[in-house]
Design a binder for this molecule. Structure first.
Ligand SMILES: Nc1ncnc2c1ncn2[C@@H]1O[C@H](COP(=O)(O)OP(=O)(O)OP(=O)(O)O)[C@@H](O)[C@H]1O
Length: 256
């Protein structure tokens, strides 16, 4: 099967008036259909830069990004992006917020509202369509952001720390919901996170990046029995702690 994402010798240099800084260098990564990948690594190792290039928001200085076999030249409806902040518009109802993706891509139709209401229901947000964002909790708002992202039916989801602003309990609930939903809908996902336990619990593969500049340091396969378990319970599975500590030690041992 054709890969969903191919990063080939990907390099990015940020340039301003005074200096140039190498953020990502010579990165190669292939992500297959239905895979859930996490990118982890120390602060500043280039995780967000990599997602921005896959999303077509930032052009690589060198190398190339292919999504579904096509060179990325800009944002595409095949790719959904979810961030730490939900960016809901306070003056729009929940349903109107959920509809924005379809609106801006010119695909909003009469029957779309039924589909969005169904998606809100699936996310446990029954009856919230006519409320406003400020009437919902942080976890609920982030679920609305997920509905907005899924509404355009992108095959690939880029998740940049979508759980990190939430309290611990909400974060665990949302991890289960998002990982379960994406697997059920057979989406491909790349998650950026600082939380190694989250990375192991939700992913098929954890890609550890090293810093100065961002390069792949090591890739860890998550064993099948952990992958098949809901993230919350995965943390109690045999081998989970060992893998967590292996990644942790590797990250700590970075010398450069
Ligand atoms: N717009 C920019 N201009 C100049 N340098 C930048 C810019 N954005 C990021 N950088 C630098 O590029 C490097 C990679 O940044 P990036 O945000 O991709 O890392 P990250 O791994 O996502 O960091 P964090 O984990 O702290 O979110 C860092 O050294 C950062 O300072």
């Amino acid at each position: 099967m054709e890969p969903v994402v191919e990063l080939k010798n990907l390099t990015h240099v940020y340039v301003n008036d005074r200096e140039a800084s190498l953020a990502v260098e010579g990165l190669n990564l292939t992500v297959h259909p239905g895979e859930f990948i996490s990118l982890v690594g120390p602060s500043g190792c280039g995780k967000t830069t990599i997602l921005s290039m896959i999303a077509g928001l930032l052009h690589p200085t060198n190398g190339e990004v292919l999504v579904y076999g096509r060179k990325v030249e800009g944002p595409s409806p095949d790719v959904g992006y979810m961030l730490q902040q939900d960016y809901l518009f306070p003056w729009r109802t929940i349903l109107q917020n959920a509809a924005i993706g379809l609106e801006v891509t010119g695909r909003l139709q009469r029957e779309s509202m039924d589909h969005l209401t169904q998606l809100l229901d699936e996310m446990g947000l029954e009856g919230t369509g006519s409320l406003y964002p400020q009437q919902l909790s942080g976890g609920m708002r982030q679920r609305v952001a997920l509905v907005r992202t899924l509404s355009t039916d992108p095959g690939l989801l880029l998740l940049d720390e979508p759980f990190s602003a939430l309290d611990y309990q909400t974060k665990l609930q949302l991890e289960d919901l998002i990982a379960g939903t994406l697997r059920e809908k057979n989406k491909t996902a790349i998650l950026v996170t600082h939380d190694l336990s989250e990375a192991v619990a939700v992913s098929d593969r954890v890609v550890l990046l090293g810093k100065n500049p961002g390069r792949i340091r090591r890739t860890f396969e998550v064993p099948g029995h952990i992958r098949e378990t809901q993230p919350f319970y995965a943390r109690k599975e045999e081998g989970f702690n060992e893998l967590f500590h292996e990644i942790w030690r590797e990250m700590e041992s970075e010398e450069d």
